[in-house]
Design a protein around this ligand. Sequence first.
Ligand code: ADP
Length: 580
Amino acid sequence: MRVVMECAIPGKLLCASTSGLWNPRKVVLSRRNTGLSAHNNLCSSKFKIKAQTHHTSQVGIAKPTNLTDSDIQGFVWPSPTDEIPFWKKEFPSWDANLELPSEQTKDSKLMHIVHVTAEMAPIAKVGGLGDVVTGLARACLSRGHTVHIMLPFYECIQKHQINDLTLITTYNSYHDGNWIPTNAYHGVVSGIPVIFLEPSCQFFKGRQVYGGSYNELEAYMFFSRACLEWMQVTGTQPDIIHVHEWQAGALPILYWDMYHHLSLKNPRIVLTIHNMEHYGECRQEQLSMCGLDGSLYATFDKAVDDRTVGHNPERLSLLKGGIVYSNAVVTVSPTYLKETLCSGWLSSTLMRNRDKYFGIVNGIDTTMWNPSTDVFLPSKFNVKNSEGKKLCKYYVQRGLGLASGDHVTDTTLKVPLVVCITRLVAQKGLHLITHAIKQVEELLNQGPSIRILLMYSEELSHLLYAAADIVLVPSMYEPCGLAQMIGMRYGAVPVVRKTGGLADTVFDMDDESNHEMANGFVFEGMDEASLNCALDRAFACYRNKPGEWNCIVKKVMKMDNSWNNTARKYIEIYESVTAS
Ligand code: ADP
C-alpha cells in the first residue's frame, strides 16, 4: 500500500482512494521531470486531443462525448509534485456574492432569531456545526426572518472573508470577578449579519478555532454571558436565541436565572445538540465564574452530571443545564433522537424533557454546495450534464498521483474513486476506515491507489466530493452526518453504516421493500465483514452494472436534502415556543 501523509494538522483526515488499472507510474514521473509549465502545456493539449478522439469505454460507462473545447481549454493538470498543491491555488472568492437560497415563500409570522455558536462556515468551521448554523441561518433569512449569528472573534478568522466589518459596541462583560472590556463588531458573511465578540483577555487567541492556550470552558461561558450582556446593553430583544452545543449551554441558565430578571423579557431559547458526546464538563466553582452560584446547579433536576453523583467533587454538565433550561431542544436527526433516549447518560434527562425534545434532520446549503457553480471545481456539472464530474475526477486523480494516463476515459472511468472526508476521531469508525483502505486496495489491486491527507482544507473537500464515485461514512455513531448528503449532491454514491442520521438519509439499494428510497449501500455491524459486504456490493454494481450505477448517481444528485425541506420544522418550533 502506498500511503502518503502530508501537512499534518491533528484531528482531520482526508482520504482518497482509487487505483488506475494500468497506471504506468514511470510515465508520470518522467513527465514531471519536464518541469511545471512544460508539463501543464503538454497535459492540457494532450487531453484536448484524446478527449475528442477516444471513443471507446472498456467498462461501458458513457464516454464524455459532450465535452466541448471550451470545457477543457486552458485545463492545467495538477501533479503531486506541484509547488502549490492544486487545492491551494488562487480561487475566486466564493462568499462575497453568495446568494441566499432561492426560497420564494416568506413565512407569515416573521421573527428575529439570534444564533449563539462556536462555529460558523466557512470562516470558523471545524465540522458539521459550522455548516448547519450557516445553512439554517441563510434558509431563515430567505424566508423573510431577521437573523444574526453571534460568534467569538477568533484570532484565526480570516478578516477578508467578512464584508463591511465595523466596530459597533464597546462594553464590559463579567468574568470571574472582573468586568472584561469587550468589542462587538458587525460584519456580513455568506449574506448573514454576524456579531463578533472580542474580549480584551486571552480568550479565542490562537491559530485554530479550538485548542488555543486558554481555558475553553471558561472562554465559552464568558462568551455565553457576553452575548446576553450585549443584548442587554444594546436593547436587543430577539424572539429566539438559538444556542448550539455545550459551548453555549450556560446561556439558557444565565438567561432564565439572571438576564430575564433584568431587562431581557422577550427571547425564548432553543438549543440544538449536534453531538451528545461533548457535554461541557464543569466544576461548580467554574460555573460560578460566569456570575451564577454554581452550587445551586449541582442537583439532579438541574445540571449535575448524573455519573458523578457521590464523587468528590461532583461535576456539572453545561449541556445538561442547557437541556433543562431551554424552551425547546432539538437534535439533528430522528434516529439519533431515538438513540439518545435509549442510551447514554443524558437519556434520563432527555426522557424527563421528552415533550420539548425534537429530532430534525440537518439540511445542506445547496448554494454553497452546488456542483454547477462551485468555484473550487475545475469543471462544473449538474444532473443533466455530468461530463464535468469526469473531469473533476481525473483532475483529482492526477493531482493526487492516482492516475497518469493521457486521456480521461481510460483512466478515470474504470475504477471507482472512494473518498472519506472526516474528522479523525473514534466516532467516525477509524478501524473501519483503516480496513476500507486495505479492502479498496485489494479490490482494485493495481497501481498507486491510496492517498491519505491529514489536513483541513475546505477547497480540497469540495474537489474530492466532486471527484468521488463513492463517499464512505462508516461511523460508529453519527448524529446526522453531512458528508453523505454533500457527497450525493455531487454525484457520489454513499456507503454508510446504519446509525443516526445516516439511517435517515441513506437507504440500501438491495432492500427490496424500499426501492423508491434506495440511494446507496448500507451496513449495520461494526465489524470489517459488514463493511466489506457493502463495499463489495458497491464495487460490483459500479463495475458490472454501469447503467444501474448511472441511475443511482442521477438519483442521488436529484435528491433534495436542502434546508428548504427542514428549516420549516425549526420555524414551527420557534413559533411554538414564542407563543408560550
Ligand atoms: P462532524 O460534524 O461530526 O465533523 P459532519 O458529517 O456532520 O461531521 O460534517 C462534517 C463537515 O466537515 C462536512 O462539511 C465535511 O466536508 C467537513 N470536513 C470534515 N473533515 C474535513 C477536512 N479534513 N477538511 C475539510 N472539511 C472537512
